[in-house]
Design a protein around this ligand. Structure first.
Ligand code: NAP
Length: 267
């Protein structure tokens, strides 16, 4: 069995902790090191919550890390600025990134796509690693052929840094690919309170809800004459994302190009 050697960036985060558990429990994966902006030079087992994870060093400097450990894949679960730097650096070291971090700009994605092309390396970025969320996006895209008026309501915990969510933007992009641009609502509608109608994507509306207690939820409301259709997905905990991260780590080893969205690697 060929082991896939992994580095995880952001191990102390909510997603990072789940990823450490998934990687250490997966037989064909080996966790070589973690990247953290704190705790440089420590062992992961010295950090509370990781006592059972043995012989995994903590690095702050990604270049030093990738020079010293020979990794195949970098899983990044940090913040958009850091995630972009990590993904670019990993590719420059011949390491394939699997990125769950959200909030990348279109320009960021284009830049990474170009680096993958230049280096002939795979990179998978997925704004949502939950299989159910990918199906929700696909079903919404199918329905959008028949329902042209669409509002997306995404709901997340109040510690989320970016809005709208990467999943909402990706859903809107997938819908826009099959739906003719249409400005929704009354042509003369006017907001008496700024933001009341939400963000605009190709005429569709996106609304971002942030509340403690939520994890990651989205509903896509589609309206037509005399009927509405609601497609909804809920992640109740962060382990819901890990089967997708695992599939992406396995898949990225076979890829030589940039892939955006889990739906592109699912059979
Ligand atoms: P989180 O709990 O805030 O974790 C982020 C972690 O990154 C924190 O521990 C933070 O450290 C660490 N960090 C910051 N700068 C760093 C650096 N330079 N090097 C290494 N680590 C660094 O957030 P989360 O909920 O785990 O989410 C992480 C990312 O994944 C977010 O972008 C989120 O939107 C995204 N996400 C994606 C999916 C998906 O399916 N694709 C699902 C859920 C979340 P401190 O604790 O010291 O600040």
């Amino acid at each position: 069995m060929n082991m896939i050697k992994v580095v995880i960036a952001g191990p102390r985060g909510r997603m990072g902790r789940e990823a450490v558990e998934m990687v250490t429990k997966t037989e064909q994966f080996e966790l070589l090191a973690v990247l953290d902006h704190k705790n440089n030079g420590m062992m992961l087992s010295d950090i509370p919550g990781f006592q059972a994870v043995h012989r995994v060093p903590v690095y702050t400097d990604i270049e030093k890390c990738l020079e010293e450990v020979k990794a195949d894949v970098l899983i990044d679960l940090t913040t958009p600025e850091v995630g972009m730097y990590h993904a670019k650096t990993a590719l420059n070291y011949g390491v394939r990134p699997v990125v769950g971090t959200t909030g990348f700009t279109k320009e960021d994605l284009q830049e990474l796509e170009q680096i993958c092309r230049d280096k002939n390396l795979g990179c998978i970025i997925a704004p949502n690693f939950a299989i159910g969320a990918v199906l929700m996006m696909k079903f919404s895209q199918m329905a959008a052929k028949y329902f042209k008026d669409i509002e997306i309501i995404e709901m997340h915990h109040d510690q989320k840094l970016d809005a709208p969510s990467g999943t909402a933007v990706k859903t809107a992009e997938m819908i826009a690919a099959v739906r003719e641009s249409k400005k929704q609502g009354h042509p003369n509608e006017k907001e008496t309170l700024d933001g009341a109608r939400g963000a605009d994507y190709d005429g569709m509306k996106i609304h971002s809800v942030r509340l403690p207690g939520l994890i990651a939820h989205q509903q896509v409301l589609l309206g037509s004459d005399g009927q509405t259709l609601t497609i909804r997905h809920d992640s109740y905990n962060r382990s819901s994302f890990m089967s997708g991260v695992k599939a992406a780590v396995e898949s990225v080893m076979k890829q030589n190009s940039f892939i955006y969205g889990l739906e592109n690697i699912l059979e």
